[in-house]
Every structure is written in structure tokens, then in C-alpha cells.
Design a protein around this ligand. Sequence first.
Ligand code: LIP
Length: 246
Amino acid sequence: MQYLEVAKEAACAAGELLRARFHKPLTVNAATAHDIKLEVDVLAQDLITKILLERFPQHALYGEEGIVGDQSSDHQWIVDPLDGTVNFFYGIPHFCVSIGLRFRGVMMTGVIYDPIRDELWSGEKGKPPLLNGNPIRVSPRTALAQAIVSIGLAKTSATIEAGLPVLEEMVHRVRKCRMLGSAALDLAYVACGRLDAYIEQGISLWDIAAGSLLVEAAGGRVEMEARSDMPDKFRIIASSGRLELR
Ligand code: LIP
């Protein structure tokens, strides 16, 4: 319980920092064809690291903006301080903070906070997850033709090439495909039944760790596979578990 409460505290504090800097002048640390790295990502991760590791100094942290501590520690926090960075940069109010805790390799705790809609998803392994304190479940829909599926293409031409055939196939089989730009919010939306599935071909652990725990705790299914051709990247299919996606 204490880990969940501290994770929520850290997510809300980082969310407050992001909200205060949204629509304000931003420092760009790096920009590539399909990605942008912002200084605010680093500031948010520093704040999260301070809150988590001051409370649990023996824990490690593995984040998009860097790692802290011995990654072979029993407890490892997996953090994306700003998921949906490109949305944030363009003023699109769809981004979040994602914080997960892994104990000896198993996800135990997950928190995702959308500071614009003030929506906080929280969950622990084996317990019903919550959205702003209310229990959530995955979608009851069983027909693919009625499903809404979010597809991510990530950040490189290799991940785009890997994802386009999935989009091309899915767009004809489901009611609607969406590309929302935040893997963590996609997973949170699957966990509470807004989306029926989320699929991405080359995504990082910090984007999907907390959300994967929430989807499974909400009764859904998560298939995650490390890509041998893309270091530290995963292929993920997260869904309600009620659809024939293959
Ligand atoms: C984003 C993911 C999204 C993916 C983007 C990017 P970031 O994470 O949430 O699913 O398609 O390319 O990876 O960079 O905003 O933390």
C-alpha cells in the first residue's frame, strides 16, 4: 500500500509541474524526424526520482530520462515522466505521467496521471484498479467490428514500417482505429473500457510498464515481446481479452 500512495504522490506532483508549463515556452533538448525531447521531461523525472528515492533509498529507478541506483535491486521503479511529449510540445492536451514498480521482475504497482483531465489511474497486482477512486473494468465488447483500437507507430522509420501493415489490416476489421500519441494513456483507456485494444510494434518499457499492470488487473490481456531487432523495444498487444485480434 505504501508504494502505491507514494507513487500517486509523485505522479500528481509531476503532473502539477507539467500542467504549470503547458502552453508555456519550452526548451527543446533534441528533435528528430518523429520525436522531440524536452527539458520539462527531465525536470519531471528529477521530481519523481526525488520523491520516490527519498522514501525508498534502496530502490532503483529506470526512466526515459535516465537510470538511478542498482538496476538489479529487488525494487525497480519504471518511469515515463511525460508520456506524449510530442502532444505536449504541440499543445495537444493528451499526455500523462506513468509510474510502475517491479519487484524481482514482476510488476506490482501502476499509476498513470493525466494532469489536464485530472484523471488518476491506480492499481496493484491482483486487486481491482481504480480511476479517481472508482473501480474499473475492461470493455465488455466481443465483436471486433464494434471495437475501437489504438495503434502506435512510435519514433523511427523501422517502427513505422513495422506498424503500418498492422494499421492497414486493423482499419478494415474494426469500427475505428485511433492514434493518440500516448501509449500509457492508451493502456489506461483499455483498462477502463474506453478502448478495446492498443497495439504498438517498437515501444519502450517505461511507456507500457504501469499501464500493462492496470490492463491485467482490470481483467484484460497483455502480450509483450522483446524485439530482437530493436534493442530495449517491445511489441505489445493489450486488449480486453475478448476479441479475436489475430
Ligand atoms: C510516445 C508513446 C507513443 C509512441 C510515441 C512515443 P513519449 O512516448 O507513448 O505510443 O507512439 O512515438 O514513443 O516519447 O511521448 O514518451
